[in-house]
Design a protein around this ligand. Structure first.
Ligand code: UD1
Length: 416
């Protein structure tokens, strides 16, 4: 298994260019299953999760090429409506194929995802919404089997603004008969990107970026071109890296409004951030002020940046509190940060961080993607060498991470 070796405690500087959004790509690629015709997607990040979603589509009969961050994809001749346990257990977002397969075949057999490191992550809201549109389900041997003649538009209220359920129901509504209205929908920018893509393909979706999405079903969708939005979580990750260890960091190819809550919170710690249209500039302070954070659905502070922000606050001048409200088990990084000398305690969904003056290198282990980045950041902040095990988690969602950090002057190496 590969590891990172990081010699931290250095002050970095330079420019970084943000890649396309992982989560947009993971919703838009399965959306291609709804389209009989060629689709061209640009600014697609070359990530393990994206390559895996392409394999899922190939296993169903879709054809693609993926070069220079451009995917050309054609799913005209699908041959299978089954997404197996082997596929879904490797990546939960594979569940997005459910609604498209129901449209293409009138039936679908998809493995239930099961839990993962950060929580139970049920799909009850996906299933309830699809049932409202007329899909009948049965559960057999760990698989959900759905069938439907033709989905019929309905008003669907989500008990919680789930990103996954909102995407799934948009994929269902665009080809359903009549109007589908999703109330209390998630408002994440990746969902807006999915809707913009589908509208280019001929869908009729209104209320983009709001919590009430109105879809008028159409008979078919056709091939189109689309460029994926910049990854706001990678943007936030590098903004924190700048705040923690950079004399002067310029981050390019971003949409600053997508990470306003994060920028505000970083500024509250005393870090200087200036922004222009697609760029921000960050200059670290010697020691950040302590602040409190609560994770919530977009546009509030994102759960995906909770772990990296905790690394940043681990050396703050005071006592900070982070409350995680989205996932029930998202503090695996705490024990690893404490191995580096941080002083963090947790009680339920709350972490209490007593800032220390300095972190020190040690052997640590990534438990999931964002916890993985939080450890890279902590390794860059720590004195001496930090070895991070299980970096395959990080490869799922950060394109060229070590090269981007090396260009800033960071001492990070992948060890085979
Ligand atoms: C997506 C993102 C992930 C991000 C998360 C929250 C992708 C591929 N992943 O995950 O990076 O951390 O949004 O911003 O886009 N829930 C239910 N029932 C459901 C669905 C969800 O109870 O049917 C719960 C989940 O267990 C969780 C919460 O709702 O506690 C949020 O989940 P959701 O917004 O659906 O996140 P994902 O789509 O899984």
């Amino acid at each position: 298994m590969e590891k990172y070796s990081i010699f931290g405690g250095k002050i970095l500087s330079g420019e970084v260019i943000i890649s396309g959004s992982k989560n947009s790509s993971l919703a838009i690629l399965p959306a291609c299953l709804l389209i009989k015709g060629k689709v061209t997607l640009r600014n697609v990040p070359n990530l393990k999760d994206v390559r895996f979603m392409l394999q899922v589509i190939e296993s169903l009969g879709g054809e693609f090429t993926f070069e220079d961050n451009t995917v050309e994809i054609d799913t005209s001749s699908l041959k299978s409506f089954i997404a197996s346990y082997e596929i879904v257990k490797q990546m939960r977002a594979s569940i997005y194929v459910l609604a498209p397969l129901l449209h293409r075949f009138g039936e679908a057999r998809v493995s239930l995802p099961g839990g993962c490191a950060i929580g139970n992550r049920p799909i009850n809201l996906h299933i309830k919404g699809l049932k409202d549109l007329g899909v009948e389900f049965q559960l057999e041997h760990g698989y959900i089997e759905g069938s439907v003649d033709k989905m019929k538009g309905q008003e669907i209220y989500l008990d919680f603004p789930s990103v996954g359920a909102t995407c799934q129901l948009i994929l269902a509504g665009v080809l359903a008969e009549g109007k589908t209205i999703i109330l209390n929908a998630a408002k994440e920018p990746e969902i807006e990107d999915l809707c913009n893509f589908l509208n280019k393909a001929g869908a009729q979706i209104e209320g983009l970026g709001t919590n009430s999405i109105n879809i008028t079903g159409v008979v078919s969708l056709s091939g189109c071109e689309h460029s994926i939005i910049p990854d706001r979580i990678e943007t936030g990750s590098f903004t924190l890296l700048g705040a923690a260890v950079c004399e002067d960091l310029v981050i390019k190819n971003i949409i600053p409004t997508h990470i306003e809550a994060v920028i505000d919170k970083i500024k509250e710690t005393g870090v200087s951030i200036t922004q222009e249209k697609n760029t921000i500039r960050i200059k670290r302070t010697a020691r950040p002020k302590n602040i409190d954070i609560k994770t919530l659905p977009y546009p509030a502070f994102p759960t995906d940046l909770q772990a990296p922000f905790m690394s940043f606050l681990s050396t703050s001048d005071g006592f900070s509190i982070i409350h995680e409200t989205i996932f029930e088990n998202r503090f695996h990084h705490v024990a690893e940060l404490n191995r580096l000398g941080a002083d963090i305690k947790t009680e339920g969904q709350t972490a209490y961080i007593k800032g220390v003056k300095q972190l020190f290198g040690a052997q640590i282990m990534a438990s999931d993607l964002r916890a993985g980045f939080s450890l890279v950041l902590a390794g860059l902040m720590a004195d001496d060498e930090t070895i991070i095990n299980r970096i395959y988690h990080i490869d799922r969602g950060y394109e060229n991470l070590e090269n981007k950090i090396k260009k800033l002057g960071g001492d990070i190496k992948r060890i085979k």
